[in-house]
Design a protein around this ligand. Sequence first.
Ligand SMILES: [Zn+2]
Length: 226
Amino acid sequence: MTKTAKTAYKNPGTGAIEFARQHVEGLTIKEALPVIERLLKGKLHDPADKRIKRCAYCDYYYRDKTRPNNSKTCSRECKIAIDTLKRAKKRADAALLKPEKDRDIKKEMYTYYAYWLEYPYYISEHYMLRRAHNHERPFAPDKLAQIDAAKQRGYKRKGYARPTDGSDKVHVRGLRYKHSYGEVTTTQMERTEIDQYLIGKYGDKKLKMERWRAVQFAAVKSAYIG
Ligand SMILES: [Zn+2]
């Protein structure tokens, strides 16, 4: 629903106040109240007086002081307010009536937020929830209870990797936790078996070379490093 003079309560503008003051000047509050009541009902002024009108914005009676008697509002503030309102309506209409070829409907349907209306709304519920998610994240009720309880215990979350359930498990991103290993078995190989395995894997020549290197390294190491 858009704001109109009929649907929203407004304070009287200065023109309306001035008009009312003329009728109650010098009266006590008790005396003034019934006068104001009659004034608001329009029973106090001469209906033939074309200078007395209702303000188009605040909707109270006022006296038009403009020379051509063509004002629609009681005061400057009411004029500004009603112009702002008219502009907002115009903008809303223009946005709705914009030809389809000038609009990226697909994008608009997703992000559409009618912010200029009195009751703004989103067309896309998904987009609305996504926006809300930036500020408040939903959790399952039991999770919320856990978080609340932890806070009451003085628990301060140290980092995102730390769980809120009070366990000491630290989850590290990038590591997998759900695999399982079989039992570790130990075997022992004879020297000949080891030789056979290495010759099979690297060849006789390579093995001899590596063994010579190891001996050389041991000699150098004992000479220089100790
Ligand atoms: Zn007014």
